[in-house]
Design a protein around this ligand. Structure first.
Ligand code: MN
Length: 745
């Protein structure tokens, strides 16, 4: 076990040196009692691991000492965490039991080490979903004590730093797992340095060639960057000196991993990103004045360089939930390149890079370091535990960062199912079984009743409710996102249609018998033509569903065994009542029955657009059967919709827009703004020249420097309309642009 050529005495001295180096960074464990506990843990661990070596041949105890050092120095954890870090592998790998830990240290330590042992016990998984499932388990164990995850991160970081001696497959597995779970976790906890190091290390093993290439290219381009940074910061430095501020300026390049991400995932060449970096100005200033000092620096920076107003981020007034504080602005450099400038105090900078590790230094009198740690730990715990918002985002954020197209949901028995993002309860039902899908009437998500169309989120537990009477509907196709569910619904609909058609066919056969004509294609075709069906099946379906009433057949002649309908008389279609002038105006621009599909069978039927809400394609609409004006189309958010829908539900028809780019719709826009020479010209130019939109009417009225205007334009749909609206809003002087909801406005 022990290599022959090793000087054991020297090794013991090295162990002690490393132990003392650990003590030097345990800033938060100054008391004698704390030192005693750390020493006891070190001695117990050293004794327990004494015959073990790492893959590199080094004494095993180097690892727990290093993990404890990371916990203390880089994460800023307390004595309990350091003790647990020193002992983290003892229960799993040595004779020491959890009872021993509890007897020698306490209940807390037992809980944490138990958690750490469990996490490492579940690390053998094959697929991404197993990995996610185990990660969920890991999150659940966290509710005991979040120090489990923090010590685990320290453990993982040290393992990543010493991955060289592992076998290639093991390296790949650990590196992937690190990218998949630990780096995003570190990020979420505000441990940016650790996150970046984990990602860079993981990349080094996952894609060593590209990693080395980026490293060498970064080295080669270093001089160019330095020159740029020096030139860019020179006027700022001078002004800061003049203002008497103490500061440090750094040029921060992107991490190797984030450059790799751009190159490999986005296909951007290195040459386009090597010079993307942030300038960081770190102020050496008092906590009391740091906020105003940061804004002073902002003012100085923007005296020299024009800032982009949309890219100002003030995380000083409102820090991020991870505790990150900084003032970010993006300014235009003289070479025409955007440069991000980050302004923060030394205190903010340390917290940003090291997370809690930095806090101990900045004690404020009101709060002891211990209570600060407790507060931070409880914040972390809240984030992890609160299932309502953060925890889901949290899981989404990191578990899905690499598998962003998937969500993980659970059956009532706890089985994990993987579905694409956007999947609904109905997708889930079909995923379980096609029959469960076909009979699905609703679902319970996390014990709450939801409709079929409810979008699922990672971590949801889903129970499907079924009914034997349920059968797949046409509009289910709009609810599902998975190809397999869509496929199954289509099959079921086809199957159902076949049965219905069969029934309709029998009905028609009986009618033919009664009329004493042959059931032959020429006669059937006559019916198909007469009722404007696409084909015989469609005709049968309409007969079976009662939309063609065979008992009220009119205007036909029977000649031998053949039937012939007379051309003049169009049955079934009710003639539409005389149009009002408003309706006529609309109809001239659209062509009848062109743009909407109406009713269960989504057929082209005549309709009018209601003048109370003037719907255009893209709007959510429904059809309403009026007493003497045929079908009127209203927007679902029409002021009259609620009454129509609730009182006359039986007169409401489904309606859906077809994609018809060629059809144009009239819509009114109203503006307001500051009266200015040329504003009307600007507006009309945008409409007719820039957007190539036809204008019907325009009117403007100015009053005390404010103008109000109306314009009637022809657009294709809501997308077209909102593009136009956005352009108009961007005109200088224009304050509001709104759609005119009704004719009478
Ligand atoms: Mn370990």
């Amino acid at each position: 076990m022990i290599p022959a050529d090793i000087d054991l005495e020297e090794e013991k001295r090295e162990i002690l040196r490393r132990y003392r180096a650990l003590l030097r960074v345990c800033h938060r464990s100054k008391s004698r009692a704390d030192r005693m506990r750390i020493r006891k843990a070190f001695e117990l661990s050293a004794e327990a691991h004494k015959d073990m070596r790492r893959k590199s041949g080094e004494p095993y105890i180097y690892h727990p000492i290093a993990v404890a050092k990371i916990a203390a120095e880089e994460i800023g954890l307390d004595t309990t965490s350091i003790v647990c870090a020193l002992l983290h592998d003892t229960v799993e790998d040595t004779e020491i039991t959890l009872d021993d830990i509890q007897n020698l240290f306490g209940k807390r330590e037992r809980t944490i080490i138990d958690g750490l042992t469990k996490i490492s016990g579940v690390s053998n998984y094959e697929s991404a979903s197993d990995q996610a499932e185990n990660f969920r388990k890991m999150l659940l164990t966290l509710s005991d004590d979040v120090r489990v995850i923090l010590v685990k991160l320290a453990d993982r970081l040290h393992n990543m730093r010493t991955l060289d001696h592992m076998k290639r497959e093991k390296q790949l597995k650990i590196a992937s797992e690190t990218l998949f779970m630990y780096a995003p976790l570190a990020h979420r906890l505000g441990l940016y340095n650790i996150k970046t190091e984990l990602e860079d290390l993981a990349l080094k093993y996952k894609d060593p060639e590209t990693f080395e290439e980026i490293v060498s290219k970064l080295q080669k381009t270093q001089a160019v960057r330095t020159r740029f940074i020096n030139a860019f910061t020179l006027p700022i430095r001078r002004a800061l000196d003049k203002a008497g501020l103490k500061y440090d300026i750094k040029g921060r390049t992107k991490s190797i991993y984030s450059i790799w991400n751009k190159i490999v995932k986005k296909g951007v060449p290195f040459e386009e990103i090597y010079d993307v970096f942030a300038i960081r100005i770190i102020l050496d200033t008092q906590t009391e004045t740091e906020k105003s000092d940061c804004w002073r620096v902002y003012s100085i920076v923007t005296d020299f360089y024009q800032p982009s107003p949309e890219r100002l981020r003030d995380w000083i007034s409102i820090p991020k939930s991870s505790g990150y504080e900084s003032l970010h602005t993006t300014v235009m450099s003289p070479t025409g390149k955007w440069v991000e400038v980050q302004i923060r105090s030394v205190r903010m900078d340390e917290i940003a890079e090291k997370g809690f590790a930095a806090h101990w230094k900045y004690k404020d009198a009101a709060e002891s370091p211990e209570s600060k740690l407790d507060r931070w730990l409880s914040q972390v715990r809240d984030v992890l535990e609160n299932p309502e918002d953060n925890a889901i985002d949290f899981i989404d954020n990191f578990k899905l960062s690499l598998f962003s197209e998937e969500i993980y949901v659970f059956t009532p028995n706890g089985d994990l199912k993987t579905l694409p993002v956007g999947a609904t309860a109905l997708d889930f039902a079909f995923h379980i079984h096609s029959q469960i899908g076909s009979q699905c009437i609703g679902a319970k998500v996390n014990y709450k009743l939801v409709p079929l169309s409810h979008k699922l989120r990672s971590g949801d537990q889903v129970e499907i409710l079924t009914s034997k009477k349920q059968h797949p509907k046409e509009d289910w196709l709009n609810i599902v996102v998975t190809a397999s569910a869509r496929h199954k619904i289509r099959d079921a609909l086809r199957e159902e249609k076949k049965l219905i058609a069969e029934e309709g066919k029998e009905m028609l056969k009986r009618k033919f018998n009664a009329l004493k004509i042959d059931f032959l294609s020429k006669n059937i075709d006559e019916f198909v033509k007469h009722f404007e069906s696409i084909n015989a099946t469609n005709l049968y379906v309409r007969i079976a569903k009662g939309s063609i009433d065979l008992t009220r057949l009119k205007g036909y002649a029977i000649d031998g065994a053949r039937i012939r309908f007379e051309k003049e008389e169009l049955p079934e279609r009710k003639s539409v009542a005389p149009e009002t002038s408003a309706d006529k105006k609309v109809l001239t621009t659209q062509g009848k029955g062109e743009a909407l599909l109406i009713g269960d069978e989504q057929q082209k039927v005549d309709y009018n657009l209601a003048s109370c809400c003037n719907p255009i394609p893209g709007d959510e609409v429904f059809g309403f059967i009026t007493v003497n004006e045929g079908i009127k189309i209203h927007r679902t958010n029409c002021p009259n919709a609620q009454e129509l829908l609730s009182k006359y539900a039986y007169r409401v028809m489904k309606a859906r827009w077809r994609n018809a780019e060629t059809v144009q719709f009239e819509v009114g826009l109203k503006f307001s703004g500051i009266d200015d020479v040329g504003i009307v010209q600007n507006i009309t130019n945008i409409i007719s020249t820039d957007m190539n939109v036809n204008m019907r009417a325009i009117s403007f009225e100015a009053n005390h420097g404010i103008f109000q205007g109306k314009v009637i334009v022809l657009v294709h749909d809501t997308k077209h309309l909102s593009a136009l609206t956005e352009k108009l809003k961007a005109i200088d002087g224009v304050l509001t642009v709104d759609r005119i909801e009704s004719e009478f406005e």
